[in-house]
Design a protein around this ligand. Structure first.
Ligand code: AQP
Length: 332
């Protein structure tokens, strides 16, 4: 059975983008894969996190992932800082990856923005840690949103260079799994920008914890253009906000943009937004309720994460120990 690895940063409340681009696919993959899912707190601190908030966000994200349908008994769910192998392998990969490769990463450019000189070194080498996350488990399939494609290509470059430099066939090739019609959910305020949990505007996103009234309000206020919805996907060209809302609807309804437009095309956004809000509430309300229930018992939740970390370390530690031996470390 192929091993899946994927992670999400506890850098805020998970969004509809995280759900449709990642977690929902994670749930489906449980059926026929051995899955390892990780709350990547080491990644989160590449930008400033309030220490009091980080622990809360880590638990909230873990609860949310379980509430979405991840089974932490059959599969593995844990927080990254609890398994040392990630940081150990990331250091080796810092020495394998080339500066030229990292310089091409668009996420660093987006996140560092104009104030590049002030960005953390961790943000710059973030893709090396991501490669370590996956390769420490010899995972071969990685479900991610479309925004992470470039990082996975870099992970494969690192794996190949390691294998070449040390004359081994040790690290496998990773295959990105970019699934579904909403692989990239865009901001509700700007259809050209990705929906993000750390965006300064809460109105730009649907959080998985938002209640029905807030969801309806955010959808009502979502930016659109004055024209009615087209009847075919070709009519979404040059209309990023309309494309985004149709894509979200299609993903939630398990249908396609063409089907959504054949039903709603020709109508104004008012009626479509009402239907979209109703679909969002129907899909997300049970997740929010289950997340609240899980968060009411943090001892049990922490126990689940501890058990996940123990099982994750049992896989990663021997792989990373072998990588260290190949590099020439004497070992502890
Ligand atoms: N808008 C999105 N559309 C589709 N997929 C998305 N993902 C994130 N945003 C979208 C997918 O969610 C997974 C986890 O992402 P992450 O939290 O590790 O980092 P991120 O991609 O940087 O997500 P955010 O929400 O934008 O976090 P912040 O604001 O902290 O940077 C990934 O598989 C990602 O593709």
């Amino acid at each position: 059975m192929q091993r899946i690895f994927s992670g999400i940063q506890p850098s805020g409340i998970p969004t509809l983008g995280n759900y449709l681009g990642a977690i929902r696919n994670w749930v489906a993959l449980q059926r026929d894969h051995a899955c390892i899912y990780c709350v990547v707190d080491l990644h989160a601190i590449t930008v400033w996190q309030d220490p009091r908030q980080l622990a809360t966000q880590t638990r909230e994200l873990a609860a949310s992932i379980i509430a979405c349908g991840i089974d932490p008994q059959k599969h593995i769910l844990f927080h990254q800082s609890a398994v040392r192998a990630h940081a150990q392998l990331a250091w080796i990969f810092n020495c394998v990856a080339r500066l030229g490769w990292l310089n091409r990463m668009t996420q660093f450019k987006d996140k560092a923005g104009r104030d590049r000189e002030n960005a953390s070194a961790g943000l710059y080498v973030y893709p090396n840690l991501m490669a370590a996350d996956i390769l420490a488990y010899h995972a071969t399939r990685v479900p991610v949103g479309d925004d992470q494609r470039q990082h996975l290509e870099l992970a494969n470059d690192i794996a190949q260079k390691f294998n070449h430099d040390y004359g081994v066939a040790f690290f496998p090739t990773i295959e990105p799994l970019i699934l579904g019609p909403a692989a990239r959910v865009m901001s509700l305020r700007d259809g050209t920008k990705k929906m993000s949990k750390s965006d300064a505007s809460d109105q730009s996103r649907i959080n998985l914890s938002d209640g029905p009234d807030l969801i309806a309000q955010k959808v009502r206020r979502a930016k659109t253009d004055p024209a009615p919805l087209p009847s075919e996907p070709a009519g979404l060209e040059g209309r990023p906000e309309a494309r985004n809302l149709v894509g979200i609807y299609a993903a939630l309804a398990d249908s396609t943009p063409a089907d959504v437009l054949s039903e709603h095309g020709g109508k104004g956004f008012g009626a479509f937004k009402e239907a979209l809000a109703a679909l969002l509430v129907e899909s997300l309300a049970p997740i929010a309720a289950e997340t609240r229930r899980l968060l009411a018992d943090t001892a049990t939740l922490d126990g689940i994460l501890r058990d996940g970390a123990r099982r994750a370390a049992a896989i990663a530690d021997p792989i990373v120990a072998e990588a260290e031996r190949l590099v020439g470390f004497v070992g502890p």
